[in-house]
Structure formats: structure tokens, C-alpha cells
Design a binder for this molecule. Structure first.
Ligand SMILES: [Mn+2]
Length: 337
């Protein structure tokens, strides 16, 4: 089935539903949140009851994403209360924050212990890791999940309101690094232009996505640059921040960092001349989180991230490993705690 047919089927399922659970990935970025916002609006227009969830979502006092106030980090009580689950921009089940519960539910119906469960629809632009949804719309050549939502609206002849236009443009701008990354296709730029014609506000989005750094966040940038290492032979640039360093820069309770910050830092590292791959590591809780960028399609960082249980795109990927960081000569080592 081609993807336009699948998008029609997805809308058909949504029209039939009464109560829909909409999920995006843990520590949601702007594409994740604006995808949630868009599907929330479309569901409300159909008169559905909705529950929108993203694990570890921080509430932002300056929310600029339409309907963001309706997205919670409180997991839903019972998955079987819903007749439809929309999974957006997640890459894999492990990033939904509900992996164990969804697997248990799928197993229970497979084994006939539960007769009915919600229908699963997935919209995603990450490379495939596993197939679990009843209807999977995975388009790895699309710049953002909101680009897929644009095709969803078009194929089903749905009106693109000003707030939907803002959602689509926010996802496109943030996932293409404001049209600097290789995924800034002609189509992505054409859709963005159409969204402006439909009332999306570029200056407002740029203000929130670029001119959004706090004082402490810039201090974190400074320390990350201070710690950077470059190997001219391999073309690998790396930097890391230990929990101790982060704690010093962010006096307790002062603020929660924007989850996009570390992605922006690793993207900036990759701008050094001669870099092939950039790696940024940070300690968070009992884990080390890594972000990778590559400067050319020749170096597939999604494959590197997959080796460590993560995933992502060819030129931007991430992973998370249990352990902590130890400084060694010319770099860092991840040591099991
Ligand atoms: Mn995305």
C-alpha cells in the first residue's frame, strides 16, 4: 500500500475512534511537541476525547507550540481505555516511555487473553528498527514528522488552519536546523513557504527556537566548548559534560534545561572545519547520553548509535547507556557504575 493510501486509512481510523491516546518521544523536541499539537487539534475537530503524553516533557513558561498546554508527562492510567493510539516521531517503542506496557498489551491480544485493544498508528521519519504498529507510516526521507502530518492533511482534504500551519513549520524548521541540515529538501522548503501563506509566523518561531537561550544555557555551551577534543586524523570531534560540571553551572532548582540544547551543541561542534563526525556525551542520572552528528552522508551515525542501543537519522542520532563518564587522556570513557 502506498503511503497516501495509508494516510487515508489513518484518517478513517481516527474518524471511527472515540478516545485517542497521542504519544511522542521521551524528552520531546519541537518536532515531537508540534506533531502532538497538530494531531490533538485534528482529533478535537472530530469531537474525540484525547490524551496527549510525552515522557519527561518539561512545562515551558513561554510555550509557543499550539496546544502544548494539553500535553502531559503523566502516563495514561489504562491503555485499554483508548480505541486508538497515535505514536509520533518516536523512532522505536523504547522512546515512547510506555514500551513495557505496550508490549504487554500486544502480547495479551496475540495470546488471546485480551479481546480488544486500541489500534496502533505510527507516523515517523526515523529509520526503521522494528515494526509493531497496526498501521506504520514511516518515511525516512521526510524532514520532520510534521511534514508527514502535512501530507496527512492534504490527502484527506483537511483545512490547514493557522495553528496547524505553525505546528508544521515549527517541526520543519527545528528538524532541519533552520534549513542548514542535509534533510532540507526542496519539498520541505516549499511546504514551509506554503505554511507562511497559511498564516504561520516565521519571526515568532525563530524568536522561540533560536533566541531562546538562558544565561545558564550559554554557560553550559561555554563549558562544552572548553572540554572539546579534536582528532584531525579521524575527523572526530567530541566533548562531554559530567554531572558535576552541569551541577556547578546550574545551581539546583534554578532551571531545567531545554532538551534541544545538547543537540544544538553537538551540531555546532560539527561546524569545525575538517570534522567528519561529532560526538557529545553527558551524564544524566545513572546514564550517559550521547548525541552524534555527521557532516556527510558517507558517515551513517544512526548505525553507530544503533550499536549502542540508540537510533536516529543518518546524519543525526543518539543513544543512552548505563554508567558514568571518566576523563582519560584525549577523551572520555563510559564506565559501568
Ligand atoms: Mn523529528
Amino acid at each position: 500500500m502506498n503511503y497516501l493510501k495509508k494516510l487515508q486509512q489513518a484518517y478513517h481510523k481516527l474518524q471511527q475512534a472515540k478516545k485517542v491516546l497521542i504519544i511522542s518521544h521521551t524528552s520531546p523536541d519541537a518536532d515531537a511537541l508540534s506533531s502532538l499539537g497538530a494531531i490533538l487539534e485534528i482529533s478535537h475537530d472530530l469531537g474525540l476525547e484525547t490524551y496527549a503524553y510525552a515522557d519527561q516533557k518539561v512545562s515551558s513558561p513561554h510555550s509557543f507550540i499550539p496546544h502544548e498546554e494539553l500535553i502531559t508527562n503523566e502516563p495514561p492510567v489504562n491503555l485499554l481505555d483508548f480505541d486508538l493510539i497515535f505514536i509520533l516521531d518516536c523512532g522505536s517503542l523504547s522512546r515512547t516511555g510506555l514500551e513495557a506496557r505496550i508490549r504487554t498489551m500486544l502480547k495479551a491480544t496475540q495470546e488471546g487473553r485480551t479481546l480488544q485493544r486500541p489500534y496502533l498508528i505510527e507516523f515517523d521519519h526515523h529509520q526503521a528498527q522494528e515494526t509493531y504498529a497496526d498501521l506504520e507510516i514511516r518515511l525516512a526521507d521526510k524532514a520532520s514528522t510534521t511534514e508527514i502530518i502535512y501530507y496527512f492533511l492534504k490527502t484527506n482534504n483537511l483545512a490547514i488552519t493557522k495553528s496547524l500551519a505553525n505546528c508544521i513549520l515549527i517541526g520543519l524548521l527545528s528538524d532541519t536546523g533552520h534549513f542548514l541540515h542535509a534533510n532540507s529538501s526542496q519539498k520541505a522548503i516549499a511546504i514551509s513557504s506554503e505554511m507562511l501563506l497559511r498564516g504561520a509566523s516565521l519571526p515568532k518561531i525563530v524568536n522561540y527556537t533560536i533566541r531562546n537561550k538562558s544565561f545558564s544555557a550559554l554557560k553550559v555551551w561555554g563549558q562544552a566548548l572548553e572540554n572539546m577534543q579534536f582528532n584531525a586524523q579521524t575527523g572526530l570531534i567530541s566533548s562531554a559534560l559530567q554531572a558535576e560540571e552541569l551541577k556547578k553551572l546550574l545551581p539546583s532548582g534554578e532551571e531545567v534545561l531545554n532538551p534541544d540544547l545538547f543537540g544544538e551543541i553537538v551540531s555546532f561542534l560539527s561546524t569545525l572545519e575538517g570534522v567528519k563526525v561529532a560526538l557529545f556525551l553527558r551524564e544524566e542520572g545513572q546514564r550517559v547520553k550521547g548525541s552524534l552528528r555527521s557532516t556527510s552522508k558517507k558517515y551513517d551515525v544512526a548505525k553507530i548509535a544503533q550499536n549502542w542501543g540508540g537510533g536516529g537519522h543518518q546524519q543525526a542520532a543518539g543513544f543512552s547507556l548505563p554508567g558514568h563518564l571518566v576523563r582519560i587522556k584525549n577523551g572520555w570513557k563510559i564506565v559501568k557504575t
